[in-house]
Every structure is written in C-alpha cells, then in structure tokens.
Design a protein around this ligand. Structure first.
Ligand code: 4HQ
Length: 238
C-alpha cells in the first residue's frame, strides 16, 4: 500500500518512518512518500499562502501550488485523496479497515486557516477528522491515519494481535498481566496461571464485558449490558 502525503512540513513524517511502520516500509509492505507543497511555489520567496478574500484573520494556502504538487504524483487517477480536516467524519475502526483495502492514498495536510476551496473541490474525495478539536495542521492527523491503517496491511503486524484487540469485536480489551506474580500486594488473577485455556478465555471475555460496561457503556447492546450487570453483581457477592 502506498501513502503520498502533500504537506508543508515533510520533516514531521520522519517519526512515523521509525518503529513498526518503519519496519513495514523496509520490508516493502508499505510505501510512504512526502511531497513538499512549497517546492511547487513559483514565487521568488517560495510563498504558498495569501490573505483571505473578504478579509479576516490568518492566511489561506494558494490553490495553484497545491494543484501542481498533486499533479506531480504518479498514478494519482487511481488514488483516493483524503483531506484531513475537523469538517470530516471522525476516523473510527470501520473507516480504518475500509481504507486499509485501498492500494494508494493521497493525504492532503492543510495549515494556517486552510486551503483555497476550489482546489479542495477539484481533487479531494473524502474529508476525515481525527476528533472534535482544532490542531495547527493536518500532519498529526495524517500520521494517526497512516499508523492506524498500516497496521491492517497484511503482515505489517502479527495477525493475532489485530484479531484480539479492542474494537475488533466491538468490546474493549480484557486486562493484561505480566511478571512479577505479585506487585505492591496485588497478585495476578489465579485463573491466568491455572493453565486452563477454556477458563482463561471465558474469564477474558467476561472481563472485556465488564471493562466496556464500566468505561464505554455506549458500545454495548442491551443483551451485553444485562450480561455485564450480572457479572458485576456476582463479583460483589464474592
Ligand atoms: N486541522 N482532524 C486545521 C485539524 C484536524 C482534525 C487540520 C486543523 C486542518 C487546516 N484535521 N487544518 N481535528 O484540526 O483532522
């Protein structure tokens, strides 16, 4: 899978090229390419922004530089162009899985007050937000999207971990424990050292239900809620 990122701050993306995504790039599972929008400025001072028509605060990115940067991308006709913006639908697990099926994504990162509307209308297929808050640019949202989507590209991470994790069954993950067996007077739950895999699986599923009921109750359906309430009542009996 290929990501092309249109940005004024390509250096910011060196950080995603590390760690797990970095390994996936080295293994040719994903390709991450940045295009510096400023390289397409024809202005002698390499300006990319200008004051907004109609007045108001801040600067707006010129449509021509963005369009020229976009046109430098090979095979762009077959790519999906995403503009990171708080106006978009909020990114979630279902959207991440949908995007992971794409062969080529072009991510457009805005700055300042944004980008001239005419080039957005011409090239953007979809607007995506990472949450209802305002950032200074689209780079961090683009990195969040890349990180989340790349995990579901086959062989990027161990397949078992994406099967069991939070959201893949609409439940939060069960709690995890490692050594030491006792930490600050608290022992690891007995069932986890019992060696009984059926019991462990049942315990983990129940813990997932309790965890979700306690922290994100809106994720549960009516039946799951009832089941969680029953488990919590049983716990207080003991
Ligand atoms: N911005 N989710 C303004 C965001 C944002 C978000 C990106 C700030 C675009 C022009 N993007 N620029 N939240 O706040 O995606």
């Amino acid at each position: 899978m290929k990501f092309d990122v249109l940005t004024l701050f390509p250096e910011m993306f060196t950080s995603v090229k590390e760690s797990i995504i970095g390994r996936a790039i080295k293994n040719n599972l994903i390709e991450l390419n940045t295009i510096n929008i400023r390289d397409f400025s024809t202005d002698k001072h390499k300006h990319v922004d200008d004051t907004p028509y109609g007045g108001g605060a801040g600067m707006v990115i010129n449509p021509t530089v963005v369009y020229e940067a976009y046109k430098s991308i090979n095979n762009r006709e077959n790519a999906k162009v995403i503009y990171l913006s708080p106006k978009g639908k909020t990114l979630n697990h279902a959207k991440v899985l949908e995007l992971a099926k794409e062969e080529h994504l072009i991510l457009l990162c805005g700055h300042y007050e944004g980008i001239d509307e005419r080039v957005l209308k011409k090239i953007v297929d979809e607007e995506i937000s990472i949450g209802d808050y305002v950032l200074t640019g689209g780079e961090l949202p683009a990195m969040c999207l890349i990180d989340a989507v790349a995990r579901y590209v086959p062989n990027v991470i161990n397949g078992d971990s994406t099967m069991e994790e939070t959201f893949s069954n609409n439940l939060l993950e069960y709690p995890q424990y490692t050594r030491p067996l006792e930490f600050e007077n608290e022992k690891v739950p007995d069932v986890l050292i019992s060696g009984n895999h059926q019991e462990i699986e049942k315990w983990r599923y129940n813990q997932s239900l309790i965890e979700t009921y306690t922290k994100r109750p809106e994720l549960l359906n009516k039946k799951q809620k009832e089941q969680a309430e029953k488990l919590i009542a049983q716990k207080s009996e003991n």
